[in-house]
Write a protein that binds this ligand. Structure first.
Ligand code: 2M8
Ligand code: MG
Ligand code: MG
Length: 271
């Protein structure tokens, strides 16, 4: 098994960011040596402290699939060279799968004043603004703002102008992904593509295939929920429950956040 999990609203409570209700299930996965792979909108700087709280040593995916990080010892030098594109980043190998943050900020700048006042970017909000919008501490908000490959923004306008904005950004090569609170400007990457990319690395390393579970609660999780062998859709406390195209091997959690996650993972693993 490989388990790919979203964090906010899935493994972490949407409001408190606590994973205590999933604590026992996380320990069970560690005992069973089932890799728990964080696949999140969060940044590298946010995942590092969370990973140590979770006692997690596995690779992880950040910024909605824009980059994959591997621990330095995860692959031998030869395998890294065969893949290509690895960059050393603060004690990890980073694989960027899309353009960087500066590129997406340039695209926004190209729109000029047309959507002025209808959104506020993370860059404009700054740590205090991000903390106010999310309930994160100032320190955590600063980590959320250390983005490498994407730019989240708070949409302040109506639905129609959001559609127009999305179309214009699409024409510039950007994709607009909805998270729990924010719109994320990303490239051609998503959580599903990054999951398959990393699954392939695990498969070549182990020389056997894995059954995969993806768990998530938001629209940004749909690509991985559609592609994994088993999908665990977590009930959201703020948005309508996701609808997937697939009907086979999909589980809908009975509870929101980490409680729903823990029960759902247990159900799937015991099948
Ligand atoms: C943002 O991500 C969530 C994910 O659903 C959202 O869009 O609401 C990201 O900026 C992330 O870095 C941050 O930690 C999170 C905080 O709620 O918001
Ligand atoms: Mg989520
Ligand atoms: Mg997320």
């Amino acid at each position: 098994w490989l388990i790919f999990t979203d964090l906010d609203g899935t493994l972490l409570d949407h409001h408190t960011y606590s994973f205590s209700a999933a604590h026992d299930q996380i320990n069970r996965l560690n005992q069973l040596e089932i890799p728990l792979i964080c696949c999140t909108s969060k940044t590298f700087a946010e995942v590092i402290p969370l990973r140590s709280q979770l006692k997690n040593r596995h690779p992880f995916i950040v910024e909605n699939g824009a980059a994959v990080y591997l621990p330095l010892s995860f692959l031998p030098e030869r395998a890294l060279q065969a893949i290509g594109g690895a960059q050393l980043h603060q004690g990890f190998w980073r694989f960027g799968l899309t353009e960087n943050r500066a590129h997406w900020l340039q695209c926004l700048a190209q729109l000029g004043d047309r959507f002025k006042g209808l959104y506020s970017t993370f860059t404009a909000l700054g740590p205090q603004g991000i903390a106010d919008a999310t309930g994160l501490s100032l320190e955590q908000a600063a980590q959320a703002n250390q983005r490498e490959f994407s730019e989240p923004l708070l949409w302040l306008g109506d639905e129609l102008s959001k559609i127009a904005f999305t179309q214009e950004m699409n024409q510039l090569g950007a994709t607009i992904v909805e998270g729990g609170r924010f719109l994320h400007i990303v490239g051609d990457s998503n959580k599903g593509k990054a999951m398959l990319w990393l699954q392939q690395i695990f498969t070549s390393k182990a020389r056997h295939s894995f059954r995969t579970i993806a768990a998530g609660d938001g629209k940004n999780d749909v690509p991985m929920l559609e592609l994994a062998d088993y999908a665990l859709v977590i009930q959201s406390s703020t948005n309508p429950t996701l609808k997937l195209t697939r009907t086979e091997r999909v589980f809908y959690s009975e509870h929101t956040g980490p409680k729903g996650w823990a029960n759902g993972i247990q159900t799937i693993l015991s099948m």
